[in-house]
Design a protein around this ligand. Structure first.
Ligand SMILES: Cc1cc2nc3c(=O)[nH]c(=O)nc-3n(C[C@H](O)[C@H](O)[C@H](O)COP(=O)(O)O)c2cc1C
Length: 385
């Protein structure tokens, strides 16, 4: 399947592994790239040395193109991005910050850069400073998102940009891929679907849960890590969201941020003083992150149900099994092709002229970003098909 994304990255299928902390590790990245997609390493939990070793490990496991992410809001992310540039990583994916300096440096060695965005303003800004593509993340997605849904954001942003768009949020099968292409995207990024595959390092407890749970079994709140974030609805997640950053949680952030400093080989005092000096808003955000980091790590690595919390998207309700990555990709591509054919036949049967590729429509300028209203998932359950 050829699209502007397969051409841009030199990959077989327009499918990207989202950068997921503790899940998108070197072995998983290489598995996805070897299966024809683009694996993206998550560098959030890594220090600069670990990032370098991880990139080298991926190169020892695959000769196919791969990527790595840097969530610029996290401590140590700029240092990690510098390593990615030094190692000439083929595709760098940045989020939660301004990556113009990454674009400039990556283009010097022929690397490609993808920005993860959740609204028009950020998408347009990324294109303006030369980013090659954007991953547009809809409301349905695991982890961070805004109120715009994939179904509305993708056509709207892809019509407003010249660079190719990758749709993220809610894509779990061939119908999702076909729909994303119909909406104007040139590829998809998947987190929830790929974390529940045989090769994924996610703990079995959560792999099984993500197959059992349905589409209403997620919580979308800004009281888990301080940003609007979607996680699996469990009693631990409800407790974390209820407590937010109360005094107890604020105190817990101190040892938890010590863990982060140790993990990142960063002097704790330097991290602590730096955070305090950066002002209350920033310190509050980092305290939230410190607690959330621990909760996500113990969920993904240890399968902890008592205090662990796992980011999960609404498409958890579409998961029926735990396939290998290769099986999944073959199934998705076949299903997307079948869906396209089926639609073409339906159109023909309904008297449409011979099917032809839809023309890409452009709007003059971008519309205003959606109003900041929040919608909550309907609190009722449906059985899986
Ligand atoms: C277990 C898990 C961990 C994640 N960790 C991160 C992360 O560290 N940084 C980030 O930017 N996004 C993270 N995400 C979000 C994904 O990158 C992606 O945006 C999202 O999964 C796409 O939506 P989908 O889950 O519906 O496919 C995570 C998602 C999951 C499921």
């Amino acid at each position: 399947m050829k699209t502007r994304i397969t051409e841009l990255f030199g990959i077989k299928y327009p499918i990207v592994l989202s950068g997921m902390s503790w899940v998108s590790v070197p072995e998983m990245v290489a598995t996805v790239s070897n299966a024809g997609g683009l694996g993206i390493l998550a560098t959030g939990p890594l220090d600069a040395d670990q990032t370098r070793q991880s990139v080298r490990k991926i190169r020892s496991l695959t000769d196919k193109p791969f990527g790595a992410n840097a969530s610029l809001l996290f401590p140590g992310a700029a240092e990690n991005a510098m390593v990615l540039l030094e190692e000439k990583v083929p595709v760098i994916n940045f989020a939660l910050g301004k990556g113009d300096w990454i674009v400039k440096a990556a283009h010097e060695y022929g690397g490609k850069v993808v920005a993860t965005v959740v609204n028009h303003r950020h998408a347009k800004r990324a294109q303006d400073y030369g980013t090659d593509s954007v991953i547009v993340t809809g409301h349905e997605a695991a982890a961070h998102g805004e109120s715009g849904t994939t179904f509305c954001l993708i056509p709207s942003i892809s019509a407003a940009l010249d660079i190719p768009v990758i749709a993220a949020g809610g894509v779990a099968d061939g119908r999702g891929l076909a729909a994303a292409l119909a909406l104007g995207a040139e590829g998809v990024a998947m987190g929830t679907r790929l974390m529940a595959t045989k090769e994924s390092p996610l703990h079995d407890t959560y792999k099984k849960l993500s197959v059992e749970k349905d589409l209403y079994d997620t919580l979308f709140s800004d009281r888990f890590d301080g940003l609007w974030c979607r996680v699996l609805d469990t009693s631990a997640a409800r407790k974390a969201v209820k407590e937010g950053l109360n005094i107890k949680k604020l105190l817990q952030a101190i040892p938890n941020s010590r863990d982060i400093a140790a993990q990142m080989h960063m002097p704790y005092l330097k991290l602590f003083i730096g955070v305090l000096a950066s002002g209350w808003k920033n310190a509050r955000q980092l305290a939230f992150m410190a607690n959330a980091f621990r909760a996500i790590r113990i969920a993904t690595e240890d399968g902890d149900m008592a205090e662990g919390v796992l980011p999960v998207g609404q498409c958890t309700g579409l998961l029926q099994d735990i396939p290998t990555v290769e099986e999944l990709f073959k199934r998705i591509i076949k299903e997307a092709e079948d869906v396209q054919l089926d639609l073409a036949l339906k159109m023909e049967a309904n008297g449409a002229a011979k099917p032809r590729p839809a023309a890409k429509t452009k709007t003059a300028g971008t519309k205003a970003a959606p109003k900041k209203t929040r919608s909550n998932p309907t609190p009722k359950k449906t059985a899986k098909a």
